[in-house]
Ligand binder design. Structure first.
Ligand code: ANZ
Length: 812
């Protein structure tokens, strides 16, 4: 058979099985209450991060995670689980809006087209989604509940308006969340981002800082992702204390994690946005400070903080008094101090803080050492003496002193900021809020979903208002009691819908609740969540927050949404570069399927290497995966592809060579373990070895009994070919819910085991013994070894210990 003919056969059977699965609803998950629901089955909820349906369609990088989660889903169905494996669309967002701006096409229309492409591509790979549960985050049925959850947050004072400094991207005409900014530039487009005070909706995620931190410990997530979240939450335990400003009534509050260094303070530094700055700076310094403030406003927090290698600042002309010694301390303004952290002011201790030292050296400020690395020095005054204490003792002493003198107190801060939840854009969920002259009120729940008005231009106004602000007929309304009101014109950010979509899949068509109580109870947590590591903070933190909030409201039954998480690596171009449209090095899965078949694509992507690793695509290596499947095909299927090959013979397991029985049972067991731990590359390799060994051991006469089991094992990986072989083997039903083969443990035992022989704890010999030997026989054997006798002859044997399958230890 030529490759061309094989592919023609494969392509037609791919279509056939894809249609069959779709018509038979083969991948349908059942909810309690469904007529065909089986309460005996275990549930398994396997979720892929839902994609943004971009105009480019899928590239070969997307399926890496999708294929892996599909393999485990198909496998779990064969293990008799009720598998929820859904897919949907994160359909709001900037690209569709930008496309609308350029082409004048309504975002919902271009998004619909893209969704069709994505769906066609996913189906062409045989991904086993339950399409009855498909969701689209921009649909009224879905956004209804996004808005509803927002209202719950609002009712619980977790959504509020604030005039805070925000990250404003003039180019995009919108504010951005911290996690949407990379190195001071917008993640999308790479445009400059500046600080600007604006009215925004905020979600009080900081109220959940401690829970978000504490509950990380129990999650089966990559340690690096948990660490990322811990750092993002950034808990710091320390103290807050105040310094009197000389000649003023006001005090400056600082936050420090090093209260023990209080005697080493040589200056105070205020963030340029600090509210006391204008008031305390002396007249001759005002101009310089104004200029400095403008300079810092153009920098991102990262440029000011972590990336800042050249610290700068301006002396305010004012001084403060040391709370213990009364010494005069200069007050500076420096932009390495961030307004959004602690109190926006620091006590600087150059001897023990690198940033402060850099600054002190630049501006010739005092550097006073107050510890020798272990013990406190130079820290004595009439009211407090901490010399000789260790650092943590000293911290406690200072904090106790401050608390007694009402100068300060212990304090814990978090780096985590509240979530800026409004966007001045068109294509997002309307925020269901009304503004009357004197109040801010929720839109009545009965008015949800609140859909967007049609607009002529999708362009942001640039003044910080969404284009919908101009649609008077939509904006002007009344409250339920008839008071004139204006609708909120800001929309929600992209990460709103993705913060709860995993709940909607549990009961996607529910019209009265985001999902029914029973469905949520039944599906509970996502058992396995697969998606990119770029979501390590943003999405994964926001969705944990919403889930925790819903949990506290008694609306869901688990406080964490995702039990186990895996990040798939990236597929790079052949030269190791990132695949990008701009570089023209994107490999399209449609083409790969066309040339090699869907199952080859699946096998190849899994065979590339560990799922978590990033790895280059190598078109030349696809041949290897193709040859594996083609070899099987030619071996067991007739030339015309319509029946089994005459090589396939009737012979039951008792007639197989012993070697193959062993290998098969071992492979069933090990592939099962591989799938469970998502080690798909090693599973594929075991399937390849098994086929090779069997082909030669059976001398190309493959018994049906072997082929049946092998086909079932292949099914999660190469489902189209497996279904076809299964059918030609004479089975009437699809193998989707056929049982995964069981292995016979008898065949797992190794024939021989290696044992270490020790005399008085020292290794003296190694032997191979047959695994069925008794303990006594093994001890006897060990004592009679020549090498051992050399150490035991003429001595009294005190003890012989046998540690099963490991060692014999002799004491003399
Ligand atoms: C005195 C001191 C002495 C400090 C010393 C450190 C070392 P983490 O651990 O990250 O929470 N700090 C406080 N507020 C700040 C702000 N708004 N912008 C920039 N820096 C700020 O860091 C806490 C430390 O960071 C605080 O403790 C303070 O400097 C500084 F040997 O106070 B420290």
């Amino acid at each position: 058979m030529e490759k061309k003919e094989i592919l023609a056969q494969w392509h037609s059977l791919e279509k056939k099985w894809q249609n069959y699965w779709s018509e038979e609803k083969s991948f349908r998950a059942t909810n309690p209450g469904d007529p065909d629901h089986d309460p005996q089955q275990k549930k398994f909820y396997c979720l892929d991060m839902f994609p943004y349906p971009s105009g480019q369609g899928l590239h070969v990088g997307h399926p890496l995670g999708y294929i892996a989660s599909d393999i485990i889903s198909r496998y779990k169905r064969m293990k008799n689980c009720n598998v929820l494996h859904p897919m949907g669309w994160d359909a709001f967002g900037l690209p569709a809006e930008q496309y609308a701006i350029q082409k004048g096409v309504h975002p919902s229309i271009s998004t619909q087209e893209n969704i069709q492409t994505f769906k066609r591509q996913l189906n062409s790979m045989g991904i086993s989604y339950d399409w009855e549960r498909e969701i689209n985050s921009s649909s009224p049925e879905y956004l209804h509940w996004t808005q509803w959850i927002f209202l719950k947050l609002f009712e619980n004072d977790l959504a509020y308006e604030d005039n805070a400094d925000v990250n404003w991207c003039p180019e995009l005409g919108t504010v951005l969340a911290n996690d949407e900014i990379i190195d001071g530039k917008s993640e999308r487009g790479g445009f400059p981002v500046i600080k600007k005070p604006m009215r925004q909706w905020m979600l009080k995620i900081t109220a959940y800082a401690e829970k978000l931190l504490a509950d990380l410990d129990d999650l089966d997530w990559p340690e690096s992702t948990k660490e990322h979240q811990r750092n993002w939450i950034g808990k710091s335990v320390g103290a807050e204390l105040s310094f009197q400003i000389k000649g003023h009534d006001e005090k400056i509050n600082v936050f420090t994690t090093r209260a023990d260094t209080l005697f080493g303070v040589s200056f105070l530094a205020l963030a340029p946005e600090h509210p006391l700055l204008d008031e305390l700076s002396t007249p001759e310094k005002k101009k310089e400070i104004e200029t400095y403030k403008k300079l810092s406003a153009a920098k991102s927090d990262l440029q000011r903080g972590d990336l800042n290698k050249n610290k700068s600042g301006v002396f305010t002309g004012a001084t403060a008094l040391h709370p213990i010694t009364g010494k005069e301390i200069p007050i500076w303004c420096a932009d390495y101090v961030l307004m959004g952290y602690g109190s926006g002011a620091i006590m600087a201790v150059p001897a023990h803080d690198e940033r402060d030292l850099e600054f002190a050296e630049k501006y010739s400020l005092e550097v006073l050492s107050v510890n020798d690395g272990e013990k406190i020095i130079n820290s004595e005054h009439a009211t407090l003496n901490i010399n000789g204490q260790n650092i943590s003792q000293a911290q406690k002493s200072v904090i106790t002193f401050l608390e007694n003198e009402k100068l300060g107190n212990a304090k814990t801060t978090y780096r985590l900021r509240d979530w800026i939840f409004s966007r001045q854009r068109y294509w997002g969920e309307a925020i269901p809020i009304l503004h009357t002259e004197n109040s801010t009120e929720k839109v009545a729940e009965s008015e949800l979903p609140l859909t967007l008005p049609e607009v002529k231009s999708y362009l942001p106004t640039g003044s910080g208002e969404s284009p919908i602000a101009a649609v008077e007929s939509w904006i002007q309304t009344t409250t339920t009691d008839g008071t004139p009101a204006k609708r909120e014109s800001n929309t929600m950010p992209g990460s709103a819908a993705s913060s709860w979509y995993f709940l909607r899949y549990m009961d996607p068509k529910n019209k009265t609740r985001f999902c029914s109580v029973e469905a949520e109870k039944y599906w509970g947590q996502v058992d396995l969540y697969i998606g990119g590591a770029e979501h390590a903070v943003g999405h994964l933190l926001y969705s944990r927050f919403w889930q925790k909030f819903l949990f506290d409201q008694g609306l869901v039954s688990h406080k964490e949404p995702f039990k186990k998480l895996i990040h798939q690596g990236m597929i790079l171009a052949e030269n190791g570069e990132k695949m990008s449209k701009r570089k023209g090095n994107v490999v399209n899965p449609d083409k790969v399927i066309e040339e090699y078949g869907a199952d080859t694509l699946r096998i190849y992507e899994m065979f590339l290497g560990p799922i978590e690793k990033s790895k280059p695509w190598q078109t030349s290596n696809i041949e290897g995966s193709y040859r594996f499947l083609a070899k099987l095909w030619k071996l067991v299927i007739s030339e015309d592809g319509q029946s089994l090959h005459e090589n396939v013979v009737d012979a039951d397991e008792s007639q197989w060579p012993e070697k193959i029985k062993k290998l098969l049972h071992k492979s069933i067991h090990l592939i099962e373990k591989d799938i469970e731990k998502l080690s798909m590359n090693t599973a594929v390799s075991k399937l390849m070895i098994l086929l090779n060994e069997a082909t030669s051991a059976f001398e190309r006469k493959i018994p049906k009994s072997f082929l049946s089991t092998y086909t079932l094992m292949l099914a999660p990986f190469a489902p189209h070919i497996a279904e076809e072989i299964w059918k030609l083997l004479g089975n009437e039903k699809s193998l989707v819910r056929e049982n995964w083969p069981t292995h016979n443990p008898k065949f797992l035992q190794e024939d021989e085991i290696q044992l270490i022989i020790q005399v008085n704890g020292k290794l003296r010999d190694k032997i191979l013994v047959s695994s069925d030997k008794s303990e006594d026989a093994i001890k006897e054997l060990a004592l009679n070894l020549e090498k051992i006798k050399a150490f035991t002859d003429g001595k009294e044997i005190k003890k012989v210990i046998y540690v099963k399958n490991k060692l014999v230890s002799i004491a003399v």
